[in-house]
Design a protein around this ligand. Structure first.
Ligand SMILES: [Zn+2]
Length: 389
């Protein structure tokens, strides 16, 4: 049985920050020992150092990040090949993402079937938590960077083929609820145990609310790729905020104003979910890339199609988290948005929080909330080559 104690840590737990030790055995958190950080009279408890112990020098430890929505990173496009999907996952792991859904943009169904089988292989190997289909049942009017050539009206038999290809690992599908047959597709997703998400949609408030009534329970990058709020037709944004569902947000300083992030949070601490929506450009820099067969220009970190439409991001979860805190989101709420809330979407109750019994997924942060070390299932992540290539 492998055991490890992280000493002199400031640990973000469900009960607030505690100063002390994290004890880990067999890939799981056994205990978080220590005293709450707030009272100033008591000094931290000093246990005798364990056989395998590492001092973190007072660094902050937060739960590993859970990214529900990512297309690539480190120069690797998840839709490119099984190998590039695996390498994109490893790139983001170096930035603190310990649980990943592989997100697949709209493509011909045959291509999606092949990509889903790669995701299923990676999930079988314990590398990812499954796949997110962003399409092809999305709105032409709000397709953003989804290739309009391959958008389809909801089609249960196409959905069935993709479901089979994913071998139980299709976890989320984004659907535009105003399309003909969309509610039947929501029903089919719910019946199959797949999270139906509302996104890339021109739906009205009522059409969106109907999807949530049918069991949809996530909003895909709220505000982006959907009809904006109008005071007489508040559309999918307010319908998603009113429904008891978490809302994905792309917090890269480009897709959303920070006041919008705080507004989502004001609807409840379980409401906000940070995602990257990253494409292969993440971690590489400005240049020309492709997404779903379309060319994407990345300039000053903003990824756009020739039309000017935003095309994913070059974000990583550590940046999304650090930016949220800088933008005035309390540390506990930012951590919930990066870890516990998305873990709950996936029904993964063994992660998202640092408490006894949880998988030992954690991120050690410096004072600027940049990543110093990452641990996944009790193992230190060593993806240096992936982080810098
Ligand atoms: Zn996306």
């Amino acid at each position: 049985m492998s055991q490890l104690t992280l000493t002199d840590a400031r640990v973000l737990t469900p009960d607030g920050i505690r100063e002390g030790d994290v004890r880990i055995a067999d890939g799981h958190v056994v205990a978080v020992d220590g005293v709450p950080a707030v009272p100033e009279t008591d000094s931290p408890v000093e246990d005798a150092p364990a056989e395998d112990s590492i001092s973190l020098g007072g660094a902050l430890v937060v739960p590993g990040y859970v990214d529900l929505h990512v297309h690539g990173g480190g120069g690797h496009d998840m839709a490119g090949s099984a190998e590039s999907m695996a390498r994109a996952v490893r790139f983001h792991r170096g930035h603190g993402t310990t649980t990943t859904l592989a997100s697949l943009v709209t493509a011909p169904v045959d291509d999606l079937v092949r990509q889903l089988s790669w995701a299923a292989d990676l999930a079988d190997a314990g590398e990812i938590a499954g796949a997110h289909l962003e399409g092809p049942f999305l709105s032409h009017a709000r397709c953003g960077a989804q290739n309009p050539d391959y958008l389809l009206d909801p089609d249960l038999s196409a959905f069935g083929r993709m479901l089979d290809a994913a071998r139980g690992w299709l976890r989320v599908i984004t659907i535009a609820p105003e399309l003909p047959g969309a509610l039947d597709l929501v029903d089919a997703a719910v019946a199959a145990g797949v999270v139906a998400a509302v996104g890339h949609t021109d739906a009205t408030y009522d059409e969106t609310a109907a999807a949530y009534d049918h069991g949809a329970r996530l909003a895909t990058h709220l505000f982006n790729g959907m009809r904006p709020i109008h005071h007489r037709e508040p559309g999918p944004v307010l319908a998603s905020l009113d429904a008891r569902v978490p809302c994905e947000t792309i917090n890269d300083g480009i897709h959303l104003h920070p006041a919008v992030l705080r507004e989502v949070l004001a609807r409840g601490s379980d409401k906000l979910v940070l995602i990257t929506d990253a494409i292969d450009a993440a971690g590489v820099g400005d240049g020309v890339y492709t997404l779903g067969g379309q060319q994407v220009w990345v300039r000053d970190g903003a990824a756009r199609l020739e039309s000017g439409s935003l095309a994913g991001s070059s974000l990583t979860m550590d940046s999304a988290f650090a930016r949220a805190v800088r933008d005035g989101v309390p540390l506990e709420a930012a951590s919930a948005a990066a870890s516990a809330n998305p873990a709950r979407v996936l029904g993964l109750d063994d992660r998202g929080e640092l408490r006894p019994g949880a998988r030992a997924d954690l991120v050690v942060l410096d004072d600027a909330h940049d990543v110093m070390r990452v641990m996944r299932a009790g193992q230190w992540v060593t993806g240096d080559n992936d982080r810098h290539e």
